[in-house]
Design a protein around this ligand. Structure first.
Ligand code: WQD
Length: 350
């Protein structure tokens, strides 16, 4: 069976994607620095899959390292070749992902997200691995109205995080555009990944302060945080609060599997593809839905708008549906139920 390198594979989206890759029988090599995640997520994946595959351990190779150090990346390819499990493709999650944090620490974001990816591409070139799925973001888009965003929408990032993602896409596009390039490259533009695997064993486990709305919802529900502050009640949306396209992390993980299958069977190319549901949910709607589904109360109050925020970010996902034969199966209620199940089972993360 094919071997895949997953950078950042112990993180929120990475761990859920590793789960679906293993379910399909892939061997996986995980390179992670554990800067914002824990190797515990891999232990939990083994628990989930042990019932269906007693040898699951033999398909997982977890290697601690940092993409900022090119030698750490080389080490993974060296190990995979020694094991005679040549890495066929890379799914590249490793990077920093907080919009608000990127405004405060731009240099750290440029170094991790861009320099780290340049290191990865150099090592891939050296080991003749030319298939990559890149974890991109809807924050690359210029969002000025309440219309669904398609892949040909103008790209004009509005915060350092989004600019690092757009820059990496540009680098990968230049690699693909070379004469006789053999690279197969898909950039997946995520909207808002949330929720957790239905087992409650793995979920979003940000170390330290949570910036995103969803981990704060679950922390308020479990009593680790007193309330939610809603950033802005005067946005040009139906109830004045920000609207986002919240996609269940398992739908996102399955989208990576579909994209991997597409990548490995198609001719060399560069593609950017949205992964979202096409459905917008406001902050107020999210809070009310979470309360109703889980029979909990979420206190909140309003604050000024947050720097770097936009009113409306919702996907046109028709390209993913047609090209990848993928469609999201879970809705906002599933997201609220599954994420709360995770938080209740892991009150202090893991
Ligand atoms: C969602 C909504 C806020 C916190 C995220 C990721 C980023 C990217 C896109 C993948 C907005 C409001 C939030 C709070 C609030 N994902 N909010 N109070 O900013 O859309 O970005 O998805 O690339 O990596 O960070 O997500 O959850 O921070 O905000 O009112 O305390 O909730 O204004 O409308 P965002 P978020």
């Amino acid at each position: 069976m094919k071997s895949i390198l997953v950078t950042g594979g112990t993180g929120f989206i990475g761990s859920h994607t590793c789960l679906v890759l293993l379910e399909k029988g892939y061997n996986i090599f995980i390179l992670d620095s554990f800067i914002n995640s824990s190797s515990q997520s891999i232990e939990k994946i083994i628990l989930i899959l042990n019932e269906i595959d007693k040898d699951i351990n033999r398909k997982i190779h977890l290697i601690k390292g940092d993409i900022k150090n090119q030698s750490d990346i080389e080490n993974v390819f060296h190990i995979s070749n020694k094991l005679n499990k040549k890495i066929e493709a890379v799914i590249h999650f490793a990077g920093l992902k907080s919009v608000s944090d990127s405004v405060l620490n731009p240099i750290t974001y440029w170094e991790n997200n861009v320099s780290g990816t340049i290191n990865l591409c150099k090592v891939m070139e050296k080991y003749k691995c030319k298939n990559i799925l890149f974890s991109s973001s809807a924050t690359v888009y210029k969002s000025e109205s309440n219309k669904l965003l398609s892949e040909d929408n103008i790209c004009e990032p509005y915060n350092p995080y989004g600019y690092t993602k757009f820059t990496v896409e540009r680098i990968l596009s230049d690699i693909s555009n070379r004469e006789l390039s053999e690279w197969r490259i898909v950039c997946l533009r995520y909207f808002n990944p949330v929720g957790a695997h239905k087992s409650g064993y793995i979920g979003e486990n940000p170390l330290g302060k949570a910036n995103n709305i969803y981990p704060q919802l679950t922390r308020v529900a479990i009593g680790k945080q007193s309330k939610i502050y809603i950033f802005g009640s005067d946005w040009p949306t139906y109830d004045g609060t920000g609207v986002r396209d919240y996609i269940h992390v398992m739908d996102l993980a399955e989208g990576h599997l579909s994209a991997m299958n597409y990548l490995l069977k198609e001719k060399p190319q560069f593609k950017a593809i949205n992964l979202g549901t096409g459905i917008g949910t406001s902050v107020l709607e999210f809070i009310r839905t979470f309360e109703k589904v889980n029979n909990v109360e979420i206190p909140f109050s309003f604050r000024d708008r947050r720097k770097g925020d936009k009113a409306f970010l919702v996907a046109d996902n028709s390209l993913a549906k047609s090209l990848l034969n993928w469609t999201p199966k879970r809705n906002i209620e599933d997201i609220c139920r599954d994420g709360w199940n995770w938080q209740k089972n892991n009150p202090y993360g893991f």
